[in-house]
Ligand binder design. Structure first.
Ligand SMILES: Cc1ncc(COP(=O)(O)O)c(C=O)c1O
Length: 446
């Protein structure tokens, strides 16, 4: 593949003059030489500023569920904006969307916003207002967005600083937030029933919510143990705690009804974003009637100038209609399964210890061990640097993945069987480039 990077480097140098690190989100900075500049996308493919083509498995960190520049979604948005985009009033498209959204998710009521961060922020506030309590449980490695209350012990926390498993430290994910707010949060390892039971009993009178990612979408798609997930539900029922699912990555991607349908465990409140708009900025907090009823003028604040704007609502309504009426999820799962299985076979044949974790619509490739991780601490036993080497070879060959194995490979409806075949050939080349070379080096060193 042509890997000319001349324009990319020129543009990136210019970007750095005006934008810190040349990116509008820290997660997009890959280093001065590697940070991509993307020019366009269509279906399963993206092209960088030098017109190098990639099969895209990053999909904008997950939202692109149908494919880039999906014609039907774009057509409807283009048509809608001819009549204006913002009215500081409810529009008919918001009502159509709310009806479809609640039918698909099984939630009673929904309020729109623009980002996953906002949706989680509102969910936590609603849970606090409903229960009259202030604390919440969050799990190590789970990410719920860029607002202060939840920015502790997330997916970038240094495992060696997390402290004893029985008494986890709450590590700040960023400077610039008041340290005292960590006292509102109880941090626990994912998938640990015993610690969960102990913490809930100890703090039962103070707990407003247990918030969780139903698949660890920011740490290698670590799956929930079903017994643990069901126990979380039972404990919430027993102690009057609001169960919040952060479905920002899983919503409309695991099933029409998201992770709740997929795992058969219902949340009281859930935050949605990403796949619901195929890349247009839209999010939602949704939940049971009784809980959402606290969202009332003069009681619990929920709002924003752009909440439910015509672009977002039209894009979401079109995207969800396609997911609801076509075999989007089935197709993604069938093709994703072939990709996961193919990667496993390639790595097994190359003799590389590995675990391919997650589900076919979002999964991760971990190297260095065969047993899948069950929580953030066990994820650290895998060899992230080794995956980085493979990631670089994949990118060089035209497969765009994050070179950090925590971030999933995402699938879209446009990733056809032919795209998967093309991908597997390139994965095979990249694996033999890294592990052939590595095997040679190890032989020479012996
Ligand atoms: C599980 C989860 N929750 C919340 C967020 C925050 O969403 P946003 O970046 O739209 O604010 C993300 C973002 O990646 C996420 O993965």
């Amino acid at each position: 593949m042509n890997t000319n990077k001349i324009k990319t480097h020129q543009l990136f140098n210019k970007a750095k003059q005006y934008i810190p690190y040349g990116v509008n989100s820290n997660f997009r900075y890959w280093g001065d030489e590697e940070t991509p500049i993307m020019a366009r996308g269509a279906g399963a493919y993206v092209w960088d500023a030098d017109d190098n083509r990639y099969i895209d498995y990053r999909l904008g960190f997950g939202p692109i569920i149908l494919g880039h520049a999906y014609p039907e979604v774009n057509r409807r948005v283009a048509e809608a904006i001819q009549n204006g985009v913002l009215f500081a009033a409810t529009t008919p498209i918001e009502i159509e969307l709310a009806e479809r959204f609640t039918r698909m998710t099984g939630m009673d009521k929904v309020r729109l916003s623009n980002t996953g961060t906002e949706a989680n922020m509102h969910a936590l506030r609603i849970a606090r207002a409903y229960t009259g309590r202030e604390k919440f449980v969050k799990f190590e490695g789970n990410y719920h967005g860029n607002f202060d209350y939840v920015m502790f012990s997330g997916p970038t926390a240094k495992v060696e600083l997390l402290g004893p498993r029985s008494h986890p430290h709450r590590l700040r994910a960023t400077e610039g937030l008041p340290v005292a707010i960590r006292n509102y949060m109880i941090s626990l390892p994912y998938n640990d029933i015993e610690m969960l039971e102990r913490a809930v009993v100890e703090h039962s009178d103070e707990l407003a919510a247990i918030v969780l990612e139903p698949i660890m979408g920011n740490v290698a798609c670590i799956l929930p143990d079903l017994a643990w997930l069901r126990r979380v539900r039972e404990l919430c029922d027993e102690f009057g705690i609001v169960l919040i699912f952060d479905e920002v990555k899983t919503g409309f991607r695991l099933a029409k009804g998201g992770a709740q349908e997929y795992f058969g465990v219902k949340a009281d409140l859930a935050a949605y974003a990403k796949a619901m708009g195929n890349g247009f900025p839209v999010s939602a907090v949704a939940g049971r009637n009784e809980i959402m009823a606290v969202v009332e003028p003069g009681r619990v604040a929920h709002g924003g100038t752009y909440c439910g704007n015509v672009v977002a609502a039209t894009a979401a309504n079109a995207t969800l209609e396609i997911i609801e009426t076509q075999s989007v999820i089935e197709s993604i799962f069938a093709n994703g399964q072939r990709l996961m299985d193919g990667i496993r076979t390639i790595l097994r044949c190359a003799g590389v210890p590995h675990a391919v974790t997650g589900v076919p619509s979002m999964f991760s490739v971990l190297l260095g061990k065969d047993e899948p991780p069950t929580d953030y601490r066990s994820y650290s036993e895998f060899d992230g640097e080794l995956f980085g080497l493979l990631g670089a070879e994949l990118i060089r060959r035209g497969i765009l993945v994050d070179d950090d194995p925590r971030e999933p490979w995402f699938m879209s409806y446009s990733h056809s069987a032919a795209v998967i075949d093309e991908s597997l050939n390139l994965v095979e080349d990249a694996v033999s480039a890294v592990f052939g070379r590595r095997a040679r080096r190890q032989r020479l060193a012996a």
